[in-house]
Design a protein around this ligand. Structure first.
Ligand SMILES: [Zn+2]
Length: 253
């Protein structure tokens, strides 16, 4: 059984088809999933969906929303029973608008980190064109907080830095892309107990659904690709990544 550690069932795109999407996920080996908040109403909706379908939630303000959304959206829901992580948070320097809000993003990122330490919860980290900046901030808190670099797409050097910080790699659809050679090579050399899997649905659908709307049922394509790269069976990958996710998110404690 698989755990999809990063989905956005809490955005409008899924609003009218939740029953179907959750059922399809369960029919495709998905035992559970973490519904990730990005600010505003999405945190509350993540918790509502987690309660309704017996899933998990994370609350945060996405770096793209750091200048326009309030951290109160996170504080208000962090103590809900379904919340297993803080995020997504981090830094995004990909979009031009985001390059202008770096100071606000940093302030917001630090608030998430400090709350994660206080609540003893892992962080879900978003990094885009901002690895060094994100790494330098997290380094200050090394040993006090853990989490996952979600949608990891970089190489072995960055993977090692992340693991050295005590964080996990979240592997998603990009791993299945033909042009992701550096990532695929890196994954062969990282400790297996530091890998978890995700879809980031509705974004970044894996092959063979690349370019279409993603959904949690497709996390199995990530597991299949990982099995191929690591020379393991699909069942072994399912077991390892699920155990890792259970450890990171402290499930069953
Ligand atoms: Zn996300």
């Amino acid at each position: 059984m698989l755990i999809d550690t990063h989905v956005h069932l809490n955005i409008d795109e899924f609003k009218d088809r939740l029953d179907e999407v959750v059922k399809n996920a369960k029919d495709n080996d998905v035992l559970s999933m973490v519904i990730v908040g990005i600010g505003g109403k999405t945190n509350e909706v993540a918790i509502e969906i987690a309660k309704k379908y017996n899933l998990l939630a994370s609350v945060g303000v996405h770096p793209s929303n750091a200048a326009t959304h309030s951290f109160n959206d996170v504080l208000k829901y962090v103590d809900c029973q379904k919340v297993v992580a803080i995020g997504e948070t981090g830094l995004d320097l990909y979009w031009t608008e985001n390059q202008k809000t770096l100071p606000e993003q940093v302030v917001m990122f630090r608030k998430h980190i400090e709350l994660a330490i206080k609540k003893n919860l892992p962080l879900i980290i978003h990094v885009r064109n901002s690895f060094e900046e994100t790494y330098e901030i997290l380094k200050e808190y090394k040993g006090r907080v853990s989490g996952v670099f979600h949608c990891f797409t970089l190489g072995l050097e960055e993977a090692r830095k992340i693991i050295d910080l005590g964080f996990y790699l979240g592997l998603g659809g990009v791993l299945t892309f033909k042009n992701a050679k550096e990532l695929q090579e890196a994954v062969k050399h990282v400790p297996r107990d530091k890998i978890i899997i995700e879809t980031d649905a509705p974004y970044l659908a894996p092959d063979p659904h690349r370019g279409k709307r993603n959904e949690p049922a497709y996390v199995k394509y990530v597991a299949i690709k990982l099995a191929e790269l690591l020379n393991l069976s699909y069942e072994e990958v399912a077991k390892i990544t699920t155990q890792n996710a259970e450890k990171l998110f402290k499930l069953g404690e």
